[in-house]
Design a protein around this ligand. Sequence first.
Ligand SMILES: C[S@@+](CC[C@H](N)C(=O)[O-])C[C@H]1O[C@@H](n2cnc3c(N)ncnc32)[C@H](O)[C@@H]1O
Length: 216
Amino acid sequence: MADSNYTDWDLVYRDYPASVLPWELGGPRKILVDLIESGGVQSGNALDLCCGLGTNTIYMAQKGFNVAATDISKHALKMAKEKSKQARVEIGFVLASFVKLPFRDLMFDFVFDMGCFHHVETEDRTEFIHGVHRVLKPKAQYQLTCFSDKNGPAWNHFTKEQIAHYFAKEFEITRLEHFRSVEADNYTRFFYTALMQSRKKPNRQTTNTNPLQRDP
Ligand SMILES: C[S@@+](CC[C@H](N)C(=O)[O-])C[C@H]1O[C@@H](n2cnc3c(N)ncnc32)[C@H](O)[C@@H]1O
């Protein structure tokens, strides 16, 4: 796990105010608002992966979701908790790396990922995808939004074929759209957003091969 590459994120939130963070738009992402407002996802247990300052997290809580949120930055989580108190919503914030999600299996109806997957190091990708799949109920939804190749070539600027390739085993992609967004630093960035449904989990492995014998 390339954890040392991730822990620098805490310095970003420690050293820079929210007003200069390009991804911090000050309100929830349109893709999330559209999905919820259109009924594309029903309220239930939701996880905001890489929640940052909690802007999208708080919106989900206000919309009736029972929300957990994780980030690797303790400074970000501190500010997100403060904002959630001001907004008077209950959110379970957890300091954790996305490589080892500290949640039990089949816990969530919805995982929201805005700008998280594209920060996953190449060697952690498989683990990350397994983790998201593991914590989702079967047929539950995962909304991924990541940098697209239209931003120019880079290790974490994805084509739609790459997204399909990485996620196909564990998810069925039900919608895939490309969009541009003028971010808070006034630069235009290009994203793919994919709505996916979690495929059924493989049967639980057991060493008990005698069908008449029950698990303890
Ligand atoms: C581009 S920001 C997006 C924040 C938030 N999703 C939003 O849209 O406002 C990426 C976030 O990923 C978090 N992050 C980076 N590496 C992480 C890791 N290994 N585990 C959990 N969070 C991580 C960073 O701290 C940062 O908050």
